[in-house]
Structure formats: C-alpha cells, structure tokens
Design a protein around this ligand. Sequence first.
Ligand SMILES: NC(=O)C1=CN([C@@H]2O[C@H](COP(=O)(O)OP(=O)(O)OC[C@H]3O[C@@H](n4cnc5c(N)ncnc54)[C@H](OP(=O)(O)O)[C@@H]3O)[C@@H](O)[C@H]2O)C=CC1
Ligand SMILES: O=C(O)C1=N[C@H](C(=O)O)C[C@H](O)C1
Length: 253
Amino acid sequence: MTTQAEPLRVGVIGARGRMGAEVCRTVEAAPDMEVVAMVDAGDWLFNLADAGAQVVVDFTSPDVVMDNIRFCVDNDIHAVVGTSGFDAQRLGTVAEWLAPKPELGVLIAPNFAIGAVLSMRFAELAAPYYESVEVIELHHPRKVDAPSGTAAHTARLISQAREAAGVDPMPDATTQEAPGARGTLVGDVRVHSLRLAGLIAHQEVVFGTEGETLTLRHDSLDRKSFMPGVLLAVRSIAKHPGLSVGLDKYMDL
Ligand SMILES: NC(=O)C1=CN([C@@H]2O[C@H](COP(=O)(O)OP(=O)(O)OC[C@H]3O[C@@H](n4cnc5c(N)ncnc54)[C@H](OP(=O)(O)O)[C@@H]3O)[C@@H](O)[C@H]2O)C=CC1
Ligand SMILES: O=C(O)C1=N[C@H](C(=O)O)C[C@H](O)C1
C-alpha cells in the first residue's frame, strides 16, 4: 500500500493583501499543501511557528519584510519572499542571517510571473548587443514603491551584463533636464515608472542600436499570473538552501 505524503504546511504573511489573499486561495486549492497560518498587520508572527509552518510566503511591504525574514530564519522556516524593496545591502544582511543555518532557504523573487522571469533573462542576454537600453515599468496606482522591484532587478542584470561585455556608455546628449524627465538610474540603466488606474503590472525593456530597436514587453493582466511561480517556489525551496535571488534560480534557465 502506498502512503500519501503529508501536505506541506504553508504560512502566509500579508494574508489579507492583494497578493497574500490570492496566495491563500491558491495554496488551499493545491493538492500537496495547506495554509496553516494567515498573518497580516497587527497579528503575531509567532502564529506561524505555533502552527508548524514549514514554508512562509511573504507579500507585505518593503518597510516590514526584513523583520519577517529574520523571524523565519530564527524559527527555521523557509521563506518565499515576493515583497519588493531589496538592494545589495539588504541581500547581504539576509545572507549573513542564513550563514549559521545551512539547510534553510530564502528566496527573494522580484517577480513570480513566468513571462516576467523569462523577460529578465532575455534582457540580460540582449544587453551586450545594444548601445542603448531603458526600462519602463507600469503599475496600478496603489503601488507604494518606485521603481518596481522587477524594474530595479532587470536594470541591475542589464547593467552587469553591459559591464561584463565592456559596452561603451550609452549615447545621451541631454544637458538640460526637468527633474525626473530622464527617469532614475539603476546602475547605468534609466528606469521610468508609470502609475495608472486600470493596470496591474507591466514592463517594457527597450533596446536600441544603429538601425534597429528591440522591445521586450511583459504584462500581468491578473494577479493569478504570479501563482504558478509561487507554487513552484513553495514546492522547491527545501531543495535550494541559502539565499536565492530570482525565481530563475529554481528554473534551470
Ligand atoms: N514578486 C512578485 O511577483 C510580486 C510582488 N509584489 C510585491 O508584494 C508586496 C505586496 O503587494 P500587494 O499584495 O499588492 O500589497 P497590499 O498592500 O495589498 O498587501 C500587503 C499586505 O501586508 C500587510 N502588512 C503590512 N505590514 C504587515 C506586517 N508587519 N505583518 C503582516 N502583514 C503586514 C498589509 O496590511 P495593511 O494594508 O493593513 O498595512 C496588507 O494586507 C509589494 O512589495 C509588491 O511590490 C506584488 C505582486 C507580485
Ligand atoms: O506591486 C506590485 O503590484 C508588483 N510588485 C512587484 C515589483 O515591484 O516588481 C512585482 C510586480 O511588478 C507587481
């Protein structure tokens, strides 16, 4: 007789938010996992440990996400993090916390939509072949941070790829500029942020060189677009100890 594996015990932080609520529904509907704790602003993080959560999914805000990760690491709970707002300093801090816990995994994923993950990889591949590149991200107007985590990560990947390939600085004759007109710089890449009612999450990476342009566009039209990536992360994280940045690290790209 074959015995059925116990469902994976999942806790969700930010459970009443736009993403957290979708994650709770998705995890509950999956046959191999269950939601054992839902935590939102004002709730005790200890509920996660008391409920025996093996994996926590965090969709909260850049202000609080570091405390949540610290709690998970201290309590030996794997953390799948979708919240934005990570820079090199924050990533370094998380890596330090994980150092004494070699079996524990933390995934920081700027975007869980498979098309967005592919688009970031395609951008990295294209980067050495174009003189110019700029990123335009477009989001719903309730988003609190700009530029988006996805745009910042994309720009960093492009910037690193350009540097590794020894690409010349981008041509740009601008000497007079109204504040913000040329966006913000991430590495050597300009990022422009639009906030528009009716949107969810969208990004264009526009490359240009003599006689041609290449535009990589991804659109999340529904928050369901992020769910296959979240499920993949929850199922895979125990096999990826340490700090991983980007869902591509779980996708063999
Ligand atoms: N990686 C990815 O694929 C995606 C990432 N995101 C990112 O996820 C994050 C959340 O986005 P979204 O769901 O739209 O935002 P919401 O504001 O809808 O949800 C965040 C939730 O977290 C709650 N919260 C705030 N502080 C705490 C705390 N200390 N402990 C527990 N819960 C808390 C909020 O409560 P309250 O409202 O009362 O403050 C709210 O319910 C953002 O950083 C966003 O950029 C979003 C989509 C996809
Ligand atoms: O706030 C959002 O909505 C999103 N946030 C993430 C980001 O900052 O990149 C991912 C996606 O763009 C949706």
